[in-house]
Design a protein around this ligand. Sequence first.
Ligand code: HMG
Length: 385
Amino acid sequence: MTAIGIDKLSFYVPQHYMSLGTLAERQGIDPAKFSRGIGQNKIALPAHDEDVVTMAAEAARAIVTAEDAEKIDTVLFATETGIDQSKAAGVYVHKLLDLPSNVRVVELKHACYSGTAGLQLAAGHVARKPDRKVLVIASDVSRYDVDSPAEATQGCGAVAMLVSANPRVMELDTATGCHSEDIMDFWRPNYRKTPLVDGKYSTVKYLHSLANAWQDYVAQGGRAFNEMAQFCYHIPFTRMGSKAHAHLSKLNEAQNDVNLIESGMVYNREVGNCYAASLYLSLISMLENTDIDLTNRPVGMFSYGSGAVAEFFSAVVQPGYRDHLMIAHHRKLLEDRVALNYDEYLAFRHAPDPTDGSEAVMAQVARGRYRLARIHEHKRHYEAV
Ligand code: HMG
């Protein structure tokens, strides 16, 4: 059977962040609540001329060569921060990347799970057409109400993955385990800019879904827990990933070994929740920060989207994978950032979004190549600088 999986992958995060120390000071609480209790250091924040489209295009341009562009016949854009109720955000990215017109572009949604839906659908498509490639992009902005308990778990970012036959980074196993259940732990009605969230309940349902998805993975012929060289979890905040791994270890009567998850949390701790992209940011973090040689070793992955859809799956790291990682590029993105004070953070939250068709011109702040230049007559205008 042809090997199918992730051939290349990259993430993008904007240049600005707020330290959780700043938020702790504003809320008058011990900063250790965020650094240790939640396990986060920073919240990545988009400027007014950045959104899911510009972040996605930046993540994708790092991996898509002219040769790839000729082979890509499908773009799957996973997001829960939609910019339009009808038009797929991926169509803007398709134009910014100058992809050929004979490409299928669609937007996928189910909370933080949709990136995994994209990955699995892409694998199915490549199985049918092994000479084609699929560009899967997960891009999101996590934003909660000011002064709510969830505010510390905000963030943003995008991950782009090229799915192909004979992949150079990871081959996806065919066994996967799913769990879907109609619950209200986190949701965002069309009329709201921020989600409604039952925070404590969401953490309970996350763990419940993990147990069920794992059991299904095992029933579908998945690998044994002890076979995995590393685990990556959906990370709304890194403490949740730690709790998830402790839960799964207990279910498998195994020791809770934090060495199996720590590398996969390094980047997430500095970025925050980027919803659909979070699991894949954890994957990149793991591949780029572990000292273990992962060649031919399987990695366990857990995807959770509130509402809820969850999936446990695995993938085998390919020989020579390190040659296809973008470690220097990613570390520089995280290092070259600017801290915002609390008032600047509030100003960043209020991006112009005219509902009457009037014009809003965005100041040039984005550090990347792509930016949202203006909104006019209800249309978003992106440009490459
Ligand atoms: P909270 O009110 O800050 O919770 O909300 P807390 O008061 O229980 O504190 C959190 C932890 O900090 C506790 O540890 C405290 O003991 C500890 P735990 O009991 O968990 O072990 N703590 C301290 N530690 C050290 N020093 C201190 C200190 N003080 C307290 N001084 C909550 C936390 C997660 C509920 C909130 O942030 C929230 O609602 N977040 C958003 C929802 C969320 O992220 N849920 C996660 C699961 S659902 C999911 O992942 C899906 C999602 O990504 C959306 C999607 O699918 O699209 C969210």
